[in-house]
Design a protein. Structure first.
Lengths: 494, 498
């Protein structure tokens, strides 16, 4: 098999996604408005195909196949993230179908952009070269900028898109600057070469430290870590809810995937330095995210701050990997981040699905007050929201507890017991604002004069909710599948 | 749950809890009191990395608590028969979920499994208080939830620390035999304390209890008082004492002081209450002070008295809350002032109320006397001064109980009450009479129950004297553990109760 053939096969699923995206965008003008669903089903079909291809791509778990002259790597680590991303994108498309119709923004290009964002994420996850990762990041970000502003009738949506674009462009510029400094130091942007260069030249070069800091800042923006989180509440609140769900789960996961690869494979020699940096970032992230979420009245904004806090918890797992002793000591920490984000996907998708389908007075119900008395009118939806809120708070026996279990166990194993204790206390604090939603749904009587909240239901939405709640409960009770998948997949990350 | 009607939900819940009791009762006869090994064990792999097992077992310490849980739950279902009118199906579902979690806590032999069950009952309890509770239920429910959760998360950190120091195992029995450095034990003890002390509740972490008890529906109050509080003391007995013996010995003066503070403070607060439920809630604080006192004097009498008191308090205070629930259903007021002189319109009720009240104050012949006596004997072996202060609690208990009984049962009733109050119906009799029988049975014949605890308690005490890893300073003179220093056999419980 020629090198060219290997290259193509390695990226075959991504190629299919890109081709489908272009196909969707091309077919959109000629599709009548009533048949736009077909574009969604086309995307879903392509996703299912690619999921199957990706799973079958790797026979044994410890192979790394490099393609395109080492720009891209296909290994078990990338496969874990790709499986997660395909599933999340599929569920998001299902969740978008009824939502976009209800909001009157059912544009066929939406599906094209979701697929383009996904392809950017896939490239980020498999990138073994800083510029490839940057390329993927940009493709994902630009698609997300457009999707954020999709609701042209709502000024908030346009404002969110503008903010996201400006801040995102800045952070991409900073990231690129850091990459260029690393190139200057190492002579190549490949992660392996950078690692070699650090190994030979030592870790106390100021150029290296500055470059690491800049790259960290660039990634921290994507992960919504404090103090680079300012865009998150406005963008999450303003974007259409299905886009918010996609951003909160998929963009964050892809960001973490690329970020871990860069800092472990490329900048692994600087462990001592960046683990201290990320320790501080994780600390302020989880403190600020949890504390500010308490005062929010808009549920999408509250979930934005909670998403910041969850990024903080995941970063703790990463810091534990950096602080761990020994060559393979970082495995529990890295695997814990993967487990955490995979389980976080279920709860967040579910929560946003419920939010997306709530309608008050014909308008989307975004305030927490709009959920008042939901248990009386729509007991099933209220129960599902209860499960998701409890899981986000990290209370057994849900998936949220399992995620936190592994992250904090990795932290204690690396000697960061104080950090685990502090983070757990803030997790207890976070229970307040999650339980506030439960309280409003179950324990407040709805105002009799106001209109009861209505739900926009559809079979597609039911599938998403069923998958989400099944994931939360089943993985909370029997987490073995995800845990072993993550532990096996992390081995290829050197 | 959503597919059954309201009345069938009640019957299904009753059938389920009775079935649980039917399964639990044979344990009483099948249990072998001659050994301290875990019996009726179950062991299955649950999570592979790290190795966590679905591991269950019973010994002399958990047996009485499991039986008490299984016995109280049908009574809770009966108590809610007419009291709960909205969303009955969800209410019964919450009760059943709680029973699962509570029994799970008492029989779990894997630390993570224990933690999962421990936390799992937070949400059903929060919903029980918050949805079906009294006027101030939102405040009470979230206070209970956040307070208990904050303590529990520190327990999780301690579990991880113990895993890495205890040889990469979560198995409770294995961890109970390990030896750990004294400084680690101090931190772990404090972390365990955070979780268990809030649950018990020990002074000064008791402030959630009066609110939660007052606002909860009757069944919720009964579950809270009878079972949830015991989870905290069970935690001390199962984890702090065997796993951290040096820290337990070192912290004994503090724990005894806090217990006595709870006894006296709880009693004084109870004396000042005008709300019946709040009075009983504070009396719970006081009674649980006796339990923790018995645990931390670290001798056989103390610990057996403590376990016995756990069961007794569950029976007595559970019964008292059931009584308050009955009268609340009739007069719709929990204030003492609104419930005066019930002896003439409701003689059966008055009789049972007086029985449970006398049990609560520890009258000889009732169950609490045996428990409190054993605890005080144990405390006497540790320190005479402490015993004197603890006995103050009994005097104060007599004060608040008898004063309450004098007004509620024997006061002069207001004229408009008399013709309208109906005496107990069959369902209410079915709830209270078994508890009254238990009060007298344990009070007059405590040995069958206490003898089942001997082996496990002695095993716990013996395991506390295993070799320390790092030699610490000698324990202070007042922390005498005469039983371990004695070469002679400890006085038999049978001789004490004759």
């Amino acid at each position: 098999m020629s090198q060219y053939g290997i290259d193509l096969l390695a990226l075959l699923p991504e190629l299919i996604v890109v081709v489908t995206a272009c196909l969707v965008i091309a077919l959109d003008p000629i599709t009548p408005a009533s048949r736009r669903d077909l574009l969604a089903w086309l995307s879903l079909g392509a996703l299912a195909l690619c999921l199957g291809l990706t799973i079958g791509q790797i026979g044994q778990l410890n192979i790394r196949v490099s393609a395109f002259s080492d720009l891209v790597v296909v290994d078990a680590y990338a496969r874990f993230w790709k499986v997660l991303l395909y599933s999340v994108t599929g569920l998001t498309i299902l969740l978008s179908l009824p939502y976009l119709k209800a909001e009157n923004i059912h544009l066929g290009e939406y599906y094209g952009f979701i697929l383009l964002a996904l392809s950017g994420m896939l490239v980020m996850v498999s990138g073994a070269d800083l510029l490839t990762i940057y390329l993927g990041t940009e493709l994902m970000s630009i698609s997300l900028y457009v999707m954020t502003g999709l609701n042209r009738a709502k000024p908030r949506s346009l404002e969110a898109a503008a903010k996201y674009f400006v801040l995102g462009a800045f952070s991409s510029g900073i990231l690129l600057y850091g990459i260029s400094l690393l190139y200057g130091m190492a002579g190549s942007t490949k992660l392996a070469s950078i690692a070699t260069a650090i190994g030979t030249s030592g870790t106390d070069s100021p150029l290296l430290l500055i470059a690491t800091g800049l790259v960290a800042v660039g990634f921290a923006f994507k992960l919504a870590a404090v103090p680079f989180h300012m865009w998150t509440p406005d963008v999450y609140q303003g974007a259409p809810t299905s886009v918010t769900a996609f951003m909160a789960v998929a963009a964050k996961s892809a960001g973490f995937a690329a970020f871990m690869r860069v800092f472990v494979e490329g900048l692994g020699g600087l462990k001592a330095e960046w683990s201290l940096l990320f320790l501080l970032i994780a600390l302020v992230t989880l403190i600020l995210g949890n504390v500010v979420a308490i005062v929010q009245t808009n549920i999408k904004r509250m979930l934005a701050y909670s998403s910041i806090a969850h990024a903080g918890y995941a970063l703790i797992g990463f810091v534990a990997a950096g602080r761990a002793a020994g060559a393979s000591g970082g495995t529990p920490g890295l695997a814990s981040v993967m487990i955490y984000l995979a389980l976080y996907a279920f709860m967040t998708l579910g929560a946003f699905a419920v939010i997306g389908m709530l309608r008050k007075d014909g308008v989307e119900g975004e305030e927490i007050e709009d959920f008042t008395g939901l248990a009386k009118h729509q007991p099933l939806a209220a129960f599902l929201m209860l499960v998701f809120m409890v899981s986000l708070a990290g209370i057994p026996p849900t998936a949220g507890f399992i995620g936190k279990f592994y992250v904090f166990m990795a932290a204690v194993e690396s000697g960061l017991t104080w950090l685990a204790a502090l983070a757990l206390i803030f997790a207890a604090v976070s229970a307040y604002y999650y339980m506030r939603v439960v309280m409003v749904m179950y324990m407040r009587e709805p105002d009799p004069s106001s209109v009861a909240p209505r739900l926009v239901t559809s079979p597609a939405l039911s599938i998403v909710l069923a998958c989400a709640v099944a994931g939360v409960i089943l993985f909370g009770l029997f987490p073995n599948a995800i845990v072993s998948f993550a532990l096996q997949s992390v081995l290829t990350l050197k | 749950m959503y597919f059954v009607t309201e009345s069938s939900a009640r019957w299904i819940a009753l059938a389920a809890t009775l079935a649980d009791l039917a399964v639990a009762l044979p344990l009483w006869w099948l249990f072998d009191p001659q050994t301290s090994q875990m019996q009726f064990t179950e062991h299955a792999a649950w999570i592979t990395a790290p190795p966590i097992y679905y591991s269950l077992g019973l010994d002399g310490i958990s047996l009485p608590l499991v039986l008490m849980t299984a016995g109280i739950m049908p009574l809770c279902v009966l108590a809610s028969w007419t009291a709960i009118t909205t969303r009955v199906q969800s209410f019964m579902a919450m009760l059943l979920i709680m029973e699962t979690a509570m029994v799970g806590v008492f029989v779990a032999l894997d630390f993570v499994l224990f933690y999962v069950f421990w936390e799992a009952m937070l949400i059903p309890m929060y919903l029980l208080i918050g949805v079906w509770g009294g006027p101030n239920r939102l405040y009470a429910a979230i206070k209970f939830f956040l307070y208990t959760l904050a303590g529990s998360v520190l327990l999780l950190v301690a579990i991880f620390a113990l895993y890495f120091y205890g040889g990469h195992t979560f198995d409770i029995l294995a961890l109970s035999q390990g030896t750990y450095p004294a400084s680690l034990q101090m931190w772990l003890f404090l972390a365990f304390f955070a979780a268990f002390a809030v649950k018990v509740p020990m002074f000064p972490f008791h402030t959630w209890l009066p609110d939660a008890h007052v606002e909860a529906p009757t069944a919720g109050s009964v579950i809270l008082a009878s079972i949830l509080l015991k989870m905290g003391t069970y935690g001390f007995l199962r984890f702090s004492l065997p796993m951290l013996p040096d820290a337990s010995r070192a912290f004994t003066p503090m724990m005894v002081a806090l217990s006595i503070a709870a006894i006296v403070y709880g009693a004084y607060m109870a004396l000042a209450q005008v709300d019946l439920k709040k009075l009983i809630a504070y009396s719970s604080v006081s009674h649980m002070g006796f339990v923790t006192l018995g645990l931390f004097v670290l001798n056989q009498q103390g610990i057996e008295g403590a376990i016995l008191q756990m069961v007794n308090h569950g029976i007595t205070t559970g019964a008292l809350f059931l009584c308050v629930g009955i009268i609340y259903e009739r007069t719709h007021s929990r204030l003492i002032a609104d419930n005066i002189g019930l002896a003439s319109p409701m003689p059966q009720y008055a009789t049972l109320l007086v029985i449970f009240a006398l049990s609560s104050l520890g009258l000889p012949g009732t169950n609490s006397f045996v428990g409190e006596f054993l605890v005080l004997v144990g405390t006497f072996l540790w320190s005479k001064v402490a015993t004197a202060f603890a006995s103050l609690g009994i005097i104060l208990a007599a004060a608040y109980i008898l004063w309450m009984v004098q007004r509620v049962v024997f006061g002069v009733p207001s004229p408009h009450h008399l013709p309208k109050l109906k005496d107990l119906n069959d369902r209410e009799l079915a709830m209270l009479v078994p508890l009254a029988l238990l009060v007298f049975w344990i009070g007059l014949f405590p040995n069958p129950l206490v003898s089942k605890m001997h082996q496990s308690v002695n095993h716990t005490i013996a395991s506390m004297s295993r070799t320390k890893v790092a030699p610490t300073a000698q324990p202070s003179a007042s922390v005498a553990i005469p039983l371990l220093a004695d070469s002679g056999a400890p006085p038999k419980i049978e001789e004490l109760s004759r």
